[in-house]
Design a binder for this molecule. Structure first.
Ligand code: HPA
Length: 246
């Protein structure tokens, strides 16, 4: 069976796969975050990568995003669904809401591209619809059917991490229109577009961002927030993968 769907996320999602085998995929960009896990889900053979490594040992700024996306591409992947946790900036979003991201602000501190050199012609990818409308529609449809609390849209601002943001930064991001903040998704969207892969992302709002929340943030809060939503998230992913054609 051909692999057409890739999933990038936390290790919890990998438990969805049956008949799973690990594959060491070589890339011209070095090592992916982990071996790619190939397994069955909803009648499809899918490829999964644990973004932060098997033991969550890779911090956001050290993730080899190019290797991750290239590895999936080289296996034949044409659609990527990713999951992540985010801090909430827009006070209308509730803790535990799923957010189907539709746009982004890039505040990473290094460029992410496969085109370090223009070989044949200049390449400046279009990002009018940064997240795949086709995959977003499926995600939204499934969230609606399941009746889970979710937001149909959300502007994601990406910082480099691993530190969290300051109150002034969050105020600025709020003024710029960002809804949620995270440290991983924007490189993946850009690189997927550069390789012609459909990419969409479902985020989980796990904490109010710095300054919006009165108390200091902790990683435990993020981890617990994700744990609480893991069962629902897995149900969504399972259903979504079944609905992806081509
Ligand atoms: N900031 C950045 N990334 C995050 C946050 C946050 O508050 N919560 C979860 N990921």
């Amino acid at each position: 069976m051909r692999v057409r769907v890739g999933i990038i996320g936390g290790t919890g999602i990998s438990t969805l796969l049956s008949r799973a085998v690990e594959k060491n995929v070589k890339t011209p960009y070095g090592k992916a975050s982990d071996k790619v896990l190939l397994g069955d889900l909803s009648g499809k053979r899918v490829a999964f990568i644990a973004r932060h490594g098997k033991k969550h040992e890779i911090p956001p700024h050290s993730i080899n995003h190019r290797a991750n996306i290239y590895a999936l591409k080289s296996l034949g992947v044409k659609n990527i669904i990713s999951t992540s946790s985010v801090g909430i900036i827009n006070a209308n979003i509730r803790i535990g809401d799923f957010i189907i991201l539709d746009d982004f602000l890039d505040f990473t501190k290094k460029p992410y591209t496969f085109f370090d050199k223009f070989d044949k012609k200049p390449v400046h990818v279009d990002l009018t619809n940064p997240f795949s409308p086709k995959l977003r529609e499926i995600l939204i449809g499934v969230c609606k059917e399941k009746g889970y609390s979710f937001q149909e849209k959300g502007i994601y601002v990406n910082t480099s991490g691993p530190r969290l943001e300051t109150p002034a930064e969050i105020r600025m991001f709020n003024n710029l229109g960002a809804d949620v903040v995270g440290q991983t998704i924007v490189p993946e969207v850009i690189l997927s577009r550069e390789l012609g892969i459909e990419y969409a992302s479902i985020a989980v709002g796990v904490n109010y961002a710095c300054g919006i929340s009165e108390k200091p943030l902790s990683y435990e809060e993020v981890e617990e927030g994700m744990k609480r939503k893991e069962k629902q998230l897995k149900e969504i992913i399972k259903e979504v993968v079944g609905r992806i054609n081509s």
